[in-house]
Every structure is written in C-alpha cells, then in structure tokens.
Design a protein around this ligand. Sequence first.
Ligand SMILES: [Fe+2]
Ligand SMILES: [Fe+2]
Length: 168
Amino acid sequence: MDLSTREKNFAKYYSYITANPEYLKLKGIPRHGSTDTYEHSIRVGYAAYRLAKRMGVDPESAARVGLLHDFCLINYQDKTKEDCKSRPWYCLHHPEEAAANGELHFGLSKEEQDAIRSHMFPLAVHVPKSRLALVLTLADKKVASIEGAAGAKYFAGKVGRQLKKGLT
Ligand SMILES: [Fe+2]
Ligand SMILES: [Fe+2]
C-alpha cells in the first residue's frame, strides 16, 4: 500500500520528525498486514492534521501526535523476541512507549502526551480527554481500517492463488 502524493508531501514538510534516524526505524515494524509503522504513522499524521482543521483543533499539534502516536520500536508481532514475550498486552504498552519516545526525541506538551496515551481507546485504559485526543483516535481508527482491509485483500488474493495452483 503506497503513500499518496499528499501524504508524501506532508511527510516532507515534517522531515524534522520523519527523517530522524530513530523515527526511520519504524520502517522495520510491520502494521496491519499491508504496511509498516512508518507509513502508517504518516497516514495518521495527515488524517489527524486534516480532521483537526475541521474540528477547530491546532493542526500542527494534531500532525505531531499523529506522526508520533505509534513511535514504539518494539515489534510486538515478532514472537521470537524477549520484549514481545514479556509484554503481550500490546494495546496497553505501546501508547505509553510512544508518548515517552515522542517526548524524549521531539518534546511534547502534556496534552499531546495524553492524546498519544489514549489513542487505543476503548481497547486501553486511558480515555481521550481533549479534542486533540479525539481527533487522534478517530484518525488512527480510520487509517487502520483502510490498511486492515488492504491487508485482508492481499491475504485473500494470496490464499486464492495458492488454492488455484493446488486445484490445477
Ligand atoms: Fe497504536
Ligand atoms: Fe496507529
């Protein structure tokens, strides 16, 4: 699943985040069966930026939390890694790590950190308490559903091709 031209331009505009060597490591972490965490975060950042403008929320802040909401460098899908085995509750842990990493590398306000911590609502314990947090969780869910559908389509195509091979 490729980034759109608008999403690529958005990523260029926020290169102080997207070209950061630590942030670039997100390219190695798969997401939703059709993409990686780097591109997922750019999509969420752009979606949050646009939604924020419509909801009267600071778009710069929305872009930042969108880009940084999954800034967690542990691949929880890699079951061979000790990190993964010891921390199975991905939806509880990764927002905490993303908020801490975002603050460490780029500096975030308290409201931005809280928004990142609550982005997995209602799957995690933190409840969105600001309009910024609401924008982030909605943007993440919208993007995740599109990426998940693309992943399911890819998987179905792969299974279909294998079945066809087996049948001929
Ligand atoms: Fe997340
Ligand atoms: Fe996400």
